[in-house]
Design a protein around this ligand. Structure first.
Ligand SMILES: Cc1cc2nc3c(=O)[nH]c(=O)nc-3n(C[C@H](O)[C@H](O)[C@H](O)COP(=O)(O)OP(=O)(O)OC[C@H]3O[C@@H](n4cnc5c(N)ncnc54)[C@H](O)[C@@H]3O)c2cc1C
Length: 562
């Protein structure tokens, strides 16, 4: 039977649709490159651009899509009924992981004596995570486990060389025989994640140097990792343990994956519920001091939460700016309509502030790891503050950027915006949800006076700027109030103000005048709480005041497709 071909109509012409953003260098980011150079890390730029170009290719975007439409599959048993607890990932996931590990985004800097190796890694993570966010989870956890593992030098000597290796070697085999290892963490239980001291998983001494762990973990992401840092109640108290998936003799450890979470956010990574039934594990650090030990891992993953959210904000601003530049409405490109110029400019200002602070914190982490006490004190207070503020603002920014694409923003195969929005709340939740992270800021300030000193010393570096100096004075008053009886009730305001004042100090010194003018006139002082201000509670973005050089601001979010 003949098929009737409908005739061509003018309406079949596709007009005013924006081509996919591909073939660009994700590392072509002036705020990131400026911050990198300030940290003395210009040596890393060529590799950063290499990774940036790769992240911006259509081929990598296709890998990201495939990894997210082909969800990991849990296989609890083999065909003969034997328990195997394997998770199958799509080949695209393994390709993304191979790139991340071969570029040292996981634990590699811990084996690198080059000063600023951690900063270089942070910048690469910020760039590559814009390719796909989900696989950043095991990469981050592997990075973060090393400082905790070093509390047990014997375990570190055994596993650190493999954790820092540039080989991605998936599959369940004895860790000692693999070319490279990945590590995860399991703290959260059914009854609670923030209050880990309420953990019920037990650890019984096995008679040698190991313990046997029995209990459940309600969230255990990337369950195909080789090693896990796990909290459990030992006779000495809550203790951090290293638990391998496969024991040195090749047998599977008694860690059973009960199910994978059907979760919001990326679909590429697996998050599992796991059960231990006398699983073998070795104590890390002093038994009974589990929290102080694992806090090293928590701190390093918090840095990646900030970097990941800064990356998401940058990606959202870039996609929105490009779309608004190419899409026309009412006779002009969207970006030329004043209301849209204001939105893109506001997103750009937020992105610059987030990236600038994220890399400054990576510099502090690098110097702290090399023994700089003042930088360690700055990081102790500034990192939870930044995690609270930057991660919490990411969903609002992603939603605003998505809306710049109108209905197209909602469509899965049009751009990565839907994926970006779905993933955007995660960094605020894990490794300390908003309140818990903000409370940690107060804890740092009350327990260690060096934290406030280091924070104010950094902020005062911009004291010659009138607006930055006024913000610093206001923060000093808030810091005094924070020590009062109602301190806990105001921790969100405290964490937010610390972050914005730190961002102000950095932008006053280092950002182009257009960015600093916009930031200071919209996010500091009375402007910060005035109705319509971007930092006023509940106000959407895109309400910058008059008199700013919006064209110069918006240009910072422009990228060039090759
Ligand atoms: C996708 C995903 C992956 C994850 N992967 C892992 C993993 O690999 N390993 C792991 O261990 N965990 C993981 N988690 C768990 C995560 O770290 C926890 O969900 C988080 O720490 C919060 O714990 P909870 O869910 O038990 O919430 P709760 O502790 O019950 O907290 C609920 C709410 O109460 C607030 N709250 C808690 N205490 C206070 C207080 N004192 N004052 C005021 N407010 C408070 C919190 O901020 C939060 O908003 C993952 C979570 C998600 C969503």
């Amino acid at each position: 039977m003949a098929v009737t071909q409908s005739g061509r109509h003018a309406t079949h012409e596709v007009q005013n649709q924006v081509p996919p953003l591909a073939g660009y260098d994700v590392a072509d980011d002036p705020a990131l490159l400026g911050a990198l150079r300030r940290e003395g890390c210009a040596w890393a730029e060529s590799e950063l651009h290499e990774l940036g170009v790769l992240a911006g290719t259509a081929a990598t975007q296709e890998l990201a899509r495939l990894a997210n439409v082909n969800k990991p599959i849990l296989r609890t048993h083999d065909a003969r009924g034997n328990r195997i607890d394997e998770v199958d990932f799509h080949p695209s996931w393994h390709q993304l992981m191979t790139t991340a590990v071969s570029h040292g985004l996981h634990a590699a800097p811990w084996a690198d004596k080059t000063p600023t190796a951690h900063v270089a890694r942070a910048a690469k993570f910020l760039v590559w995570t814009q390719a796909e966010g989900g696989h950043g989870c095991p990469v981050s956890m592997t990075y973060a486990c090393v400082p905790a593992l070093r509390h047990s030098p014997d375990l570190a000597a055994r596993y650190e060389p493999l954790l820092t290796s540039a080989s991605y070697d998936p599959g369940l085999r004895p860790p000692e025989g693999k070319a490279g290892l990945l590590a995860g963490m399991a703290m959260t239980e059914k009854q609670g994640g923030s209050d880990v001291r309420a953990n019920t998983t037990t650890a019984v001494p096995a008679g040698d140097d190991s313990y046997l762990l029995t209990g459940h973990k309600w969230f255990c992401s990337a369950p195909m990792c080789d090693l896990f840092l796990v909290l459990a109640q030992a006779p000495e108290g809550l203790t951090c343990f290293l638990l391998p998936r496969v024991l040195p003799d090749g047998s599977r450890n008694a860690m059973y994956i009960q199910r994978l979470k059907d979760k919001l956010g990326n679909c590429s990574n697996a998050s599992a519920e796991v059960e231990y039934d006398a699983a073998v594990a070795w104590p890390v650090g002093e038994p009974g001091r589990g929290v102080p030990t694992i806090i090293n891992m928590v701190s390093a993953t918090r840095l990646d939460c900030v970097l990941g959210s800064a990356a998401a904000i940058r990606q959202a601003a870039v996609i929105a700016a490009r779309y608004a530049g190419l899409r026309h409405a009412f006779g002009a490109p969207l970006i030329d309509h004043p209301a849209m110029t204001g939105v893109i400019a506001d997103l750009t200002v937020e992105s610059e502030a987030a990236t600038t602070l994220a890399i400054r914190l990576a510099g502090a982490a690098d110097r702290a790891a090399r023994g700089d006490a003042a930088e360690a004190a700055l990081l102790r207070v500034a990192l939870p503050a930044a995690k609270y503020w930057i991660c919490k603002r990411t969903p609002m920014i992603s939603a605003e950027a998505l809306e710049c694409l109108g209905g197209n923003g909602y469509v899965e195969d049009y751009s990565p915006m839907p994926r970006l929005l779905r993933d955007s709340p995660l960094n605020s939740i894990w490794e300390g949800s908003g309140n818990v992270t903000a409370l940690d800021v107060l804890r740092a300030l009350t327990r260690a006076p060096a934290c406030a000193d280091a924070l104010l010393a950094e902020i005062d570096l911009a004291a010659s700027d009138r607006r930055a100096a006024a913000a610093a004075a206001s923060l000093r008053a808030t810091l005094k109030e924070a020590q009062g009886p109602d301190g806990e009730r105001h921790v969100r305001r405290l964490a937010g103000q610390i972050t914005v004042t730190l961002q102000a100090s950095l932008l006053a010194r280092h950002a182009p005048a257009a960015i600093w003018d916009a930031f200071s006139s919209s996010r500091l002082g009375a402007a910060a709480t005035a109705p319509g201000s971007p930092t006023s509670p509940g106000t959407p973005f895109g309400s910058l005041p008059d008199g700013l050089d919006l064209a110069a601001i918006v240009a910072r979010s422009a990228v060039t497709s090759r």
